[in-house]
Design a protein around this ligand. Structure first.
Ligand SMILES: Nc1ncnc2c1ncn2[C@@H]1O[C@H](COP(=O)(O)OP(=O)(O)OP(=O)(O)O)[C@@H](O)[C@H]1O
Ligand SMILES: [Mg+2]
Length: 246
């Protein structure tokens, strides 16, 4: 279990996450949805140690991650695929992927992982010598995902992979996530596309204004209520969910 307990985090004087608690059971895909500015990306960054926390803890199988260095996360089995598909534009596709294998223990497995990623994304193989800056948006997202997978993560955190992409590419990306889940990878997916996220997720959290306001099994979600809470419509205040998945 990846466990976030009572986490408070932000940027200097600006606090963003207010005592959030979320559980991410191993082997499951958990979706985090919520409007812009809810703190979803901040949460993923805080898990990876990219944003300082002022209270609470993050642990993986009982092992504390808070205060571990970000560069340690890959060897602990975590990888973040950040929003905005940041790739090194002046490097080739293959060079970008190789960067994802940087943590020492994974260098030996470089060739095997390259093959695995090219197997998942055949377009990246075709374009392996092309500069990343010349890729289409969908290809760049695939490259960002491929790079995240080069360290063979057990736990993959992925931030809005579908943003701005054509529906056919979005389906391709969701198919890849489904495949990874079937292989046993634990996935935390931040996604604005609620319906698609629910179609794939085991559990779902809704965040608003730095708090978790709903925690539910995806199959049990009432989508109308979810949207009421999402948009904070009148009369839908609900009780703030302290619930986490056991
Ligand atoms: N580097 C930063 N410095 C200061 N404030 C920041 C920084 N990054 C994010 N914030 C603020 O933190 C809050 C939460 O941002 P965050 O990016 O986590 O939201 P989000 O839920 O991921 O939104 P979106 O759906 O738009 O990606 C916002 O109010 C944002 O302005
Ligand atoms: Mg975000």
């Amino acid at each position: 279990m990846l466990k976030v307990e009572n986490l408070r985090a932000g940027y200097g004087a600006i606090n963003v996450l207010w005592d959030v608690s979320l559980n991410f059971p191993l082997g499951e895909l958990t979706a985090i949805i919520g409007p812009n500015g809810a703190g979803k990306s901040t949460l993923l960054k805080a898990v990876m140690g990219l944003v300082p926390t002022t209270q609470g803890s993050v642990s993986l199988d009982g092992y504390p991650l808070t205060d571990r260095a970000t560069w340690d996360m890959a060897s602990l089995g975590l990888a973040l695929i950040p929003e905005g598909r940041m790739v090194f534009r002046d490097m080739t596709v293959e060079e970008n992927l190789t960067m994802g294998a940087f943590p020492k223990p994974h260098r030996a497995a470089l060739g095997r992982n390259l093959e695995r990623v090219f197997g998942l994304f055949p377009k990246l193989r075709e374009r392996r010598r092309q500069l990343a800056g010349s890729l289409s948006g969908g290809e760049a997202q695939m490259l960002a995902m491929g790079r995240g997978l080069m360290s063979e993560p057990r736990v993959l955190l992925i931030d809005e992979p579908s943003l701005g992409l054509a529906p056919v590419i979005v389906r391709e990306i969701f198919d890849i996530l489904r495949g990874l889940k079937q292989q046993g990878v634990t996935i935390v997916l931040v996604e604005q596309n609620t319906r698609m996220a629910l179609g794939l997720a085991d559990g779902v959290y809704l965040m608003r204004a730095g708090r978790v306001i709903l925690a539910e099994r995806a199959a049990a979600v009432d989508i109308d209520r979810l949207h009421d809470l999402y948009f904070a419509r009148e009369g839908a205040a609900g009780d703030v969910a302290d619930a986490v998945f056991k």
